[in-house]
Design a protein. Sequence first.
Length: 239
Amino acid sequence: MRNKLMILEDLQELDLKSDGSQARIQDALSEIEALDGRLLEVKAAVEAKSAEIETIESERQTLEENLSVENANITRSEANLKGITTQKEYQAVNKEIASAKKLIIELEDQILQKITRLDELKTELTAMQEDLASLDRNLGAQKEEIQARIKSEEASVAVDAKARAEKAKSIPASILKRYEKLREARKGIAVVEARDGGCLGCNMHIPPQMYNNLYRGEELITCPHCSRILILKQVQDIV
């Protein structure tokens, strides 16, 4: 039984090593997820800027169309002046022309504001697109380095899994099942050393007779307090 317990401890070391590798793999995947999230945020900002440009460009086009309409109205009204015979009609048409010209000035001012704003936004967009391209390259390099780490960890996990499978063949199925349940219940630590009359897993005292039986190494003994499997590495006198 003592040899089986030693093998069981070796098994635990492999499992803990694998746990560490799996944790590092998850951390690395989280890093990649964070990098992707950062890139998506910048892309979203670029898309929002592009959408703003499209909106203002559409508004500018509408203003241009309105300006064309008002210019056409003035041309038509000025042509109509030639056929007017009464002073009242003449004044009314002149009033329409004056209002249209005033509106044209306002439209031209609004169009100029839109053009100025579009130039600003396009300059901002160009800078953002350049930053996005640079960020994409930098994050791509970082992700490649992270992927290399993941592959290294996965290779280590595969090697350890093979070694574990070989060692597990030497452990009776009932003991292996018990070990795996304990590992799940005790945060990965199912096998602990007993030393100086106590369990190093929970630091509680072990009854003398149980400790003597552990010293003999003839049976599987678990801690009465934490239920972990106990092993004795040091040669000690029987209590």
